[in-house]
Design a protein around this ligand. Sequence first.
Ligand SMILES: NC(=O)c1ccc[n+]([C@@H]2O[C@H](COP(=O)([O-])OP(=O)(O)OC[C@H]3O[C@@H](n4cnc5c(N)ncnc54)[C@H](O)[C@@H]3O)[C@@H](O)[C@H]2O)c1
Length: 332
Amino acid sequence: MLNVAVIGMGGIGNTHAGVYQGSERANLAAVCDLDRERADAAGQQFGVPAFYSIAELVDAVELDAVSVATAGPENGGHHYEPVMECFEAGLHVLCEKPISNEIEKAREMAAKADETGLYFGINLNHRFVPPAAKAKQWVEEGRLGDLLLMNMTMWIGNPNETSPWFHIRALHPHSLDIMRYFCGDVKRVHAFFNRAPGRVCYSNVQVNLEFECGVVGHLTGSYDTNPRHNLERCEVMGTGGRFVLDNLYQELTLYPRQSDELTVVRNSIMGGLSGFAATFTNRINRWIEQVDEGAPRDEIEASGREGLAVQEIIEAAIRSHHSGRAEAVPAS
Ligand SMILES: NC(=O)c1ccc[n+]([C@@H]2O[C@H](COP(=O)([O-])OP(=O)(O)OC[C@H]3O[C@@H](n4cnc5c(N)ncnc54)[C@H](O)[C@@H]3O)[C@@H](O)[C@H]2O)c1
């Protein structure tokens, strides 16, 4: 049983707290927010003590792990300090994405986790759905043959403006994590961006990616669409066929190269995923399970290092915009 607290009680912190409270392997012991009203409201809702600083929290409560669900510039600018403070206090950390919007800080965070030997996970929740696991199984069983090509689309409507790079830094940790989940590390990227009329942020992007394994991939991203129509689509093709995972978990189809017969896996209305919120439940429960059973650090799914890897791709894409050339992605 893990004793946990949630730091940052916005909508997402409250979602984390609800998952911990529903888990048989975790005990939600406290909540924390610099904003007293938010901390108190969450404390009341979950029936746990509320704290207004991490120093007070770690002094008063015996904890094993925390969720850091702060936000900040580009939705990640406030993660660094609480994460480092919690590592200093000897706590395992599940941090919201992006690990940080500043790459130097993201590198320091991943290094600090390694130095302390603590677990570090990132809430890259989109991959924690049964059809993604099924598609991965098809890849591992060789049903696609040798992998060759991948296409990924992730698009939502987000009118917020914080900086030119808000869209790619805040949203595309998710899409790039799915791409890495199936095809591994990325070697080089070449990216083109544009802005919808009147926007400050580059709200549309097209990225070509070359993976270490030789796969060539493409990412389409946007903050100018309606995700109720379709949030994301992932397609992986190999010498033996391809799969399409449509809309995160709604429908997975295998198209074998040598046959006209398709295999289709639909999200069932009887016990399938009930909505996007279920991705948080699945991801956080997997984190609890791995930390509680003492999994080897390098087996932590959607780890801090993987959170860093996607930010390295994002920064290389931004460099490519400036240089007009394909840019190398540093190893994480
Ligand atoms: N994984 C997903 O699918 C998903 C979806 C949406 C948002 N997010 C991420 O969730 C995070 C939180 O989003 P939100 O909308 O709930 O943000 P929010 O701004 O509503 O809430 C963040 C809270 O953190 C508090 N805070 C900031 N620094 C703090 C500190 N040092 N100690 C204690 N509290 C502190 C703020 O006072 C605020 O109440 C963001 O990083 C965002 O990118 C993830």
